[in-house]
Write a protein that binds this ligand. Structure first.
Ligand code: NAD
Length: 498
């Protein structure tokens, strides 16, 4: 691990911060990574950022040494000690069980919030949406990205969607805290709770609950499909948008792209006590080593880092110089346009153009000013009193290869255990017994719902006895889900068509 000093190279009178240098971990990455990182650090240094840099090696070289995570223990040690990470893009080798470093670092360091400002720079960067200024705040750890997937039958695989109350409260609170600190007026929440009533329903419910603590901020909820359509059509109607992981992953790329270029967006991954900053694009192997890449995405990530560590004045100085560079038509090839651009610059020449403009502000584009209120947010989790949990039934999932629900019902409808009786069979969530539609297509994956007709609690032993009896009939039990009342409230969904 090398240590290089950035700010300390500057004579004291040239430094614009009087604070002690902050140590950050830097990975130069793969592909265009080293070029755009060199350009970014050069700009940070010229602007007087007070940083001590610890360099780590992660990515392709580490993967190819046989480390499937692409990151070794010395890199983790550096991250644990600095807690701030500026990361250039990484190439994940195809196939061979290599794990994405992004997903690993987000999860291992608890980086629950992904923050991606998506801003138009019209008329200097061509976009159909000149007034766009949206911040997408994406939950980063949960949802379908828990990576819990199983093949259950010959025909069916499943992926578990997990939404937790504390995980959701943290991200929703982060979105409101962000809006408050950055003087944003509105927070919109996207979910699909008309379909996923419990998982996305919890996300929406907590958005409403937490939102009550931020009455000065306008709040709205949109179903993600119409929300996405409006985002793509009229992004200027949005301000801050918060959403679960999968929707956020997709829509933050859409939002960045429609500003004019994904190459212009940076992102922050924030946790309690850790943060990682990066460009949103990848390692662009097609242009690596050609001095063609646009360093702006990583630079904007680095600016988010400077704000995070309290060096707001340097952050503003760099960002305003960068805006002025765009205004002056000093463009890299990806954003160069005849008639609008004045010069087509390489990566390092673009960095030099930004450095030349340090201290200047844009004339037309809105200059940046980071408010003093921006600090590390207090993301508390509300303590809750214990809830009463009562088992009232069990969904038994079976592989049954005949596509006939009535035949399956005949095999199990007389089975009971401590009052648990068959009440419904569904296939892919649709009720097919009793009184199913003959038109409904059935796979080999069946859910058989056994409930206590007394509507009172049963012991888990009753569920075990039930499964044993089904197994004794030579039926293939693939999994079970318990049916609970929480504080007396039914906490499982009905079958579709029930
Ligand atoms: P990519 O973002 O690397 O490239 C897509 C296209 O955009 C290419 O044509 C590329 O030349 C261009 N491009 C990207 N960044 C640019 C820049 N700064 N300036 C100019 N043009 C730029 O996506 P990809 O090709 O799908 O992925 C390449 C590699 O990057 C893969 O190994 C992938 O796993 C990895 N990746 C890493 C990250 C990350 O580390 N955060 C993110 C996405 C992809």
């Amino acid at each position: 691990m090398n240590t290089a000093i950035v700010e300390n190279d500057l004579a004291p009178e040239k430094r614009i911060t009087n604070i002690a240098p902050v140590t950050v971990t830097v990975a130069h990455g793969d592909g265009i990574g080293p070029e755009i990182m060199a350009a970014t650090l050069k700009i940070l240094k010229a602007a007087g950022a007070a940083l001590t840099i610890e360099e780590i090696e992660i990515g392709e070289k580490v993967y190819l040494k046989g480390n499937s995570a692409g990151i070794d223990n010395s890199a983790w040690d550096s991250l644990r000690s600095t807690r701030v990470f500026l990361k250039a893009p990484i190439t994940t080798p195809q196939g061979g069980g290599f794990k994405s470093i992004n997903v690993t670092t987000r999860k291992m360091l608890g980086l629950f919030a992904n923050v991606r400002p998506c801003v138009s720079y019209s008329p200097y960067i061509h976009t159909k949406h000149p007034l766009m200024d949206v911040v997408i705040i994406r939950e980063n750890e949960e949802d379908l990205y828990a990576g819990i997937e199983h093949q259950q039958t010959d025909e069916v695989v499943q992926c578990l969607k997990l939404i937790s109350r504390p995980g959701t409260e943290k991200i929703v609170r982060y979105a409101f805290e962000y809006a408050r600190a950055y003087n944003r007026k509105k927070v919109t929440c996207f979910t699909k709770d008309n379909i996923m009533k419990m998982t996305d329903g919890l996300f929406h419910k907590l958005f409403i609950e937490v939102g009550k603590e931020y009455p000065e901020i306008e709040q709205e909820h949109l179903i993600v499909d119409i929300g996405a359509a409006k985002l793509a059509d009229t992004p200027e109607r949005f301000d801050v948008i918060v959403m679960p992981n999968l929707y956020g992953d997709i829509l933050s790329d859409v939002a960045a792209q429609i500003t004019g270029s994904v190459g212009l967006a940076g992102s922050a991954n924030i946790g309690e006590g850790f943060a990682m900053f990066e460009a949103i694009h990848g390692s662009a192997p097609d242009i690596a080593g050609k001095n063609q890449a646009n360093p702006s995405g990583l630079l904007l990530g680095a600016i988010q880092m400077l704000v995070h560590i309290g060096q707001k004045t340097v952050a503003e100085k760099i960002q305003n110089a960068w805006l002025k560079t765009l205004e002056d038509g000093q463009h890299t090839a990806d954003i160069y346009k005849d008639g609008m651009s004045a010069a087509k610059l390489g990566t390092q020449e673009f960095a030099a153009a930004v450095i030349e403009r340090l201290g200047q502000r844009p004339d037309t584009l809105k200059p940046v000013k980071y408010a003093d209120s921006i600090s590390q947010f207090n993301i508390k989790i509300t303590e809750r009193k214990p809830v009463k949990k009562e088992l009232v039934g069990v969904d038994v999932f079976l592989q049954f290869n005949e596509r006939n629900p009535n035949k399956l019902a005949e095999l199990i409808k007389d089975i009971s255990a401590s009052g648990l009786k068959l009440t419904m069979i569904t296939n892919r969530g649709v009720k097919v017994w009793p009184e199913g539609f003959p038109e409904t297509f059935c796979t080999d994956h069946w859910r058989c719902r056994f409930k206590n007709d007394m509507q009172s609690g049963v012991s888990y032993q009753a569920a075990i006895d039930l499964i044993q009896k089904i197994h004794n009939r030579n039926l293939d039990v693939i999994k079970t889900e318990n049916l609970y009342l929480f504080d007396g409230v039914q906490s499982f969904t009905a079958g579709q068509g029930q």
